[in-house]
Design a protein. Structure first.
Length: 169
């Protein structure tokens, strides 16, 4: 069984600068995808998996980081993004405000933990253990039993976890 936990930092407009800084220190690989490239998560009002809505190329958030990661050859790994629609720079607040509001998924926490396993069975065991007393924000599996593209819960202590299955190489 192989499990990795990656810290996911949430910024107010300067995630790119932070990721480039971490990359300059830890080396390895830097990957950045913008909202203009991948869109913004949209909630399914019926509780199904989130989808990604387009963001116009000239929108204020189009060039901001929707997802970025530094993966050092030494094992260092950190992920980050810019909170959609947020400005002012720095790390996002600690309001523990991840949830569904206004028809979309909203995130305004300083840190998420990203948890990946090799198989759905491995990650399901962890999901089941963490989901006791938790708020499920986006379900682990789709109606067809496959891992959702965007699975998320906030555990009973207020820590938000994003789950996934590591892609086969």
């Amino acid at each position: 069984m192989s499990i990795t936990a990656t810290t996911h930092l949430n910024f107010r407009g300067d995630a790119r600068q932070a990721l480039e800084f971490y990359h300059s220190i830890f080396g390895g690989h830097l990957m950045i995808a913008t909202y203009g490239q991948v869109g913004v998560p949209q909630d399914d009002p019926n509780g199904g998996p989130a989808t990604f809505g387009p963001v116009a190329g000239d929108a204020p958030d189009a060039d901001r980081v929707a997802f970025g990661v530094v993966s050092g050859d030494n094992g260092f790994r950190v992920a980050a993004y810019d909170v959609f629609g947020s400005t002012g720079g720095g790390i996002a607040g600690t309001s523990k405000a991840t949830g569904r509001r206004g028809g979309g998924l909203t995130h305004d926490e300083a840190v998420f933990l990203v948890l990946n396993g090799d198989t759905l069975e491995e990650i399901s065991v962890l999901w089941d253990k963490l989901s006791g007393g938790a708020t499920v924000i986006a379900p682990l599996t789709t109606g067809g039993g496959e891992v959702s593209r965007y699975s998320m819960l906030t555990d009973r202590f207020g820590v938000t976890w994003i789950f996934g299955v590591t892609p086969a190489h």
